[in-house]
Design a protein around this ligand. Sequence first.
Ligand code: FAD
Length: 459
Amino acid sequence: MIAIPTLETDVLVCGAGIAGLTAARTAQEAGARVVVLEKGPETGGSSAVSAGIVWTARDLAGWLSVQPGGDPTLGKAQVTTYPEAIEWLRSQHVRLEPFEFGASGWNPPFPYAAFQLEPKADGRSNPRAAMDRLTANIAKAGGRILTETAIREFHQDAAGRIIGVEARGPSGLLRISAKATVMATGGFQGNPELRARYFGPYSDRMVLRANPYSTGEAFQAAQAVGAGTAGPFGRFYGHRVVAPPAVVDFPSFPRVHLGGALPGAILVNLRGERYVDESESDEVSVHALPHQPDALGVMIYSESDAATDIGSAALETVRSVGTEILEAPSLDSLAERMSSHWGIARVPLLDTLAAYNAAAAAADATMLAIPRAGDLHPLTQPPFYAIRFLPGITVTYGGVRIDAFARVLDSTGRPLGGLYAAGADAGGIYTRGYAGGLSMGLAFGRIAGREAAASAVSP
Ligand SMILES: Cc1cc2nc3c(=O)[nH]c(=O)nc-3n(C[C@H](O)[C@H](O)[C@H](O)COP(=O)(O)OP(=O)(O)OC[C@H]3O[C@@H](n4cnc5c(N)ncnc54)[C@H](O)[C@@H]3O)c2cc1C
């Protein structure tokens, strides 16, 4: 029988996106020996293919304004450690420039602080360069980084403390014993079976706009050794993504989504019914979409949106990836075309349009079956247009339960011992709205790395 090779370290980090790389480098700086496992062929994860804006709320009040019922201790941990974490990233020779979202697209609905990772001459970020820098720093300080190596299960001692993992690498199974372990594998959005469990009957139609490796092995393995979970599991960070025949993949994901740029538009499902308050921002209203038939939505807008600077810029990027846009001189003929081309129920759609325009003309949102809190503009200026879209998922919001020290808790709220989580693996941080994914990974990566090292190297 061939023995399974075994490694030994102080701190083991599973996952090498911003959360894992930050945790690993932080633990090293605190004196710990570090091993990093990365399932993909290279480090960086979704962090490396993101738009590279590290941002979050300036204070807890802003953070809580989009997280109803959210845990203030986690929010506070994120927003209060963020400024130090940005300075720390600079100390790693990662270039960060202040960033304004500006009027040309989506803006956070609260005062925010934002920085762009490694801005290039064309104005875009280079998050890959930032992740490569962190990776090089870890390697230079003696850290071992094992790519194409995925955690499969956690090992416990008799007291239940996590003392290492079993992983699968290119040469087969591998055991790593560690005094402390950080899970930072980026959530479970790449796992269609888990998506079906949490996001509803049409979740198979969700478009993955993230790295393909985050399939929830660590999440499931942690539950198997007693980790508690924290939701909301039905919510996620994502955007509307234009439907085929449009081809939307990397690197077009950060640019091409039907964000909140068309304030006069309405959204309907295959039944021709409005299904959500369109004035909610895109990353919140998208949560309702996997529950609609075939997870399909249609955005209907008029020339008054299309002709604005914001509208025309957004539509130009959408057109550039081959999106099918139906156009018609009247709402009647648009409904006819939507029915014959896409199978949208015509008569209910006409009822929906009439009811919407009546409510908008009366400036009375209470006339609508599905409320609309803002932007109640009638659809009256021809031509009229329609675009189909699907829910795009970037990261899950549900995950293992943690406290403000990034310790993984069991279902009774007690630390499991020896296990920490950071980034998208940590559940219960965002409950509804979104306040930055990179900042969440960075802030909790710092906390997890520091705490894991303290528990591993303390006498
Ligand atoms: C197109 C796009 C644009 C975005 N733009 C922004 C933005 O501008 N600002 C912002 O704040 N957020 C943005 N985000 C979201 C942000 O990128 C994520 O929230 C963040 O990167 C999550 O960091 P993480 O470290 O938790 O996960 P990741 O960066 O995904 O890292 C997780 C790593 O774990 C690895 N892994 C998975 N399973 C295993 C396993 N079993 N064993 C070992 N390793 C494993 C994965 O391969 C991956 O490398 C964007 C995301 C995308 C996809």
